[in-house]
Design a protein around this ligand. Structure first.
Ligand code: PMP
Length: 364
């Protein structure tokens, strides 16, 4: 609508307008219950219907098989950096990390406290612009799991297919925080998927974990109750008070994604949006530049620099005047970054592209 901006933030990020309006209409008195979702007992039937529907809708969106648990947790994706090794390995166990950006690197560093992780490949020396070929990877045949970050939010590097662990009993683990539900994913390729909600599916405060059930029950002795997946699975994410309102919002987003026709349709839209933006960058004759290797460019986070870097501040200021905000790149890399999650409308990307062309014409 007129008074909303196009918000290109990496997260917390823009949410679908119809979801916000629905939440607004239900805020004061949810379905005649006489109270808001924020005020409900998490053990009452109303909230249970909300969390059960959110889980069921997510299961149908991602085709999640019965032998996987879906958990709605707290503490952000960062908490999972510790919870993953605590739940999946004993202290001395070997695990592999494939590092394609700074989130994967953070996950590796946290895992060092709880097991014996090894970086089998890192893109750091090249400034994280690619994913390696899987053929040449020196995977550890004993690794309990292989960890990847499916989409590196800061550098804009996204896996388009997935490596297979070399240990037949090992599993693939993925941080999908920034491309969760942006496209169909074959969940059965993974032992565990985790994602903070605040990019594609809801507000911050909820972190979703999808984990194969046979992996549960072997957490290290020191694992805090709140980080123990089995406890949350056995209690349907209601062991303690969950982030009720955030889960409700995620549920509204899942419902909306299903209404759009599911993740195949969502992927088509994302493909189109990312396509026009990358084209604009590539066709700018170097005025704008995206350093990421074309085959692994993210559909969600599009980083780009200006050849004349002295114009960056003006670019941001002018964009903001036209109600396009949060385009500044991450403080660790500079430049620009346009995050174009599911909820960013095509109109927002078209407006950005028109603005970029216009800005270039003025300053070329
Ligand atoms: N992983 C990825 C890929 C992310 O983008 C982020 C947040 N930007 C995190 C992990 C950390 O998430 P949180 O802030 O929810 O802990």
């Amino acid at each position: 609508s007129q008074d909303r901006v196009f918000n290109f933030a990496a997260g917390p990020a823009t949410l679908p307008e119809n979801v916000l309006l629905k939440a607004q209409s239900e805020l004061y008195n949810w379905h005649g219950s006489g109270m808001s979702v924020m005020e409900m007992s998490h053990r009452g039937k109303d909230f249970r219907s909300i969390i059960e529907k959110a889980e069921a809708d997510l299961r149908s969106l991602l085709n999640i098989p019965e032998n996987y648990a879906v958990l709605f947790l707290q503490g952000g994706a960062t908490t999972q950096f510790a919870a993953v090794p605590l739940n999946l390995c004993a202290p001395g166990d070997s695990v592999d990390y494939l590092v394609t950006g700074s989130w994967g690197d953070k996950a590796f560093k946290e895992a060092k406290k709880y097991c014996n992780p090894k970086v089998i490949w890192s893109g750091k020396s090249e400034n994280y612009v690619r994913v390696p070929s899987f053929d040449g990877l020196e995977l550890n045949p004993n690794a309990k799991y292989l960890h990847i970050c499916a989409n590196e939010t800061i550098y804009g590097v996204e896996f388009k297919d997935y490596p297979v662990p070399c240990n037949p009993n090992g599993v693939l683990v993925a941080d999908m925080s920034s491309n969760f539900c942006s496209k169909p994913v074959d969940v059965t390729k993974f032992g565990l998927i985790y994602a903070g909600a605040q990019k594609n599916v809801g507000p911050s405060g909820v972190c979703i974990v999808i984990v194969r059930k046979d992996l549960l029950g072997n957490a290290q002795e020191i694992t805090p109750v709140m980080l123990n997946y089995k406890i949350h699975a056995d209690n349907n994410s209601l062991y303690n008070t969950p982030p009720c309102y955030g889960i409700y919002m995620c549920g509204l987003v899942f419902e909306d994604l299903l209404k759009q026709g599911g993740l195949e349709e969502v992927e088509k839209k994302n493909h189109k949006k990312a396509g026009i933006l990358y084209n604009a960058i590539d066709e700018s004759k170097g005025f704008y530049r995206c350093p990421v290797e074309k085959s692994v460019r993210s559909m969600m986070n599009v980083p780009f620099t200006l050849e004349k870097s002295e114009l960056e501040a003006e670019f941001l200021k002018e964009a903001e005047k036209e109600k396009m905000v949060q385009l500044k790149g991450h403080r660790s890399v500079g430049g620009m970054r346009a995050s174009i999650y599911n909820a960013m409308p095509l109109a927002g990307v078209e407006k950005l592209v028109a603005f970029m062309k216009d800005f270039q014409a003025k300053h070329a």
